[in-house]
Design a protein around this ligand. Structure first.
Ligand SMILES: [Fe+2]
Length: 184
């Protein structure tokens, strides 16, 4: 389209110029998974700081490459007003969803699989295998996120964090039996 401006980089040309729905985000990360030339140069791993790289960002969507070891843990968080999608391109990651009064809902997602979610989603992600890699897309683009902490009495609190901050567990203590338990 001649009205397109500015031109977008390879892999992102056809995106609609509006907020994308969760299934559109999932289709995007699934497509990018088949284009390793667009992201493989960013793959790197660290146990201390989860490695991530921005692949693309405009006013409607942002796309990240994340690299995981089993020591990497986001802690509980949400994505504020954004929907999102995750595609695993190497290894496996674990997603946990908090459940009041019970153990979290635990899902292991392996290479080749993807999932998506709306802004109502709260989760925690950890690496399962060494050398795990995921592609994430969010719309509208992440600006801030909610990071949750659970104190010794099981009370959960939400802290607003900037999207550029690395998500990690917030001063978390082991939750009492039957309360919101930590992943792993
Ligand atoms: Fe997340």
């Amino acid at each position: 389209m001649s009205s397109e401006s500015p031109s977008r980089p390879a892999g992102f040309e056809g995106l609609p110029r509006r907020t994308l729905g969760r299934q559109e985000l999932r289709a995007l990360v699934d497509r990018l998974a088949e284009r390793p030339e667009l992201w493989r140069e960013h793959v790197a791993f660290s146990d201390d700081r989860r490695h991530y790289a921005s692949l693309y960002r405009d006013e409607h969507v942002d796309v990240w490459l994340l690299c995981w070891t089993p020591r990497n843990d986001t802690g509980w968080h949400d994505h504020d007003v954004s929907s999102g999608a995750v595609r695993v391109v190497a290894g496996a990651v674990e997603e946990n969803n908090p459940r009041i009064g019970g153990d979290p809902v635990r899902t292991v997602v392996s290479a080749g699989a993807s999932f998506c979610f709306g802004p109502d989603h709260i989760h925690r992600m950890t690496g399962v295998e060494e050398g795990s890699v995921t592609i994430h897309a969010y719309s509208p683009p992440l600006v801030r996120m909610g990071q949750y902490s659970v104190d010794e009495s099981g009370v959960m609190r939400r802290t607003v964090v900037d999207y550029t901050e690395e998500l990690r567990p917030q001063d978390e203590v082991p939750a009492p039996q039957g309360a919101l338990a930590a992943a792993s």
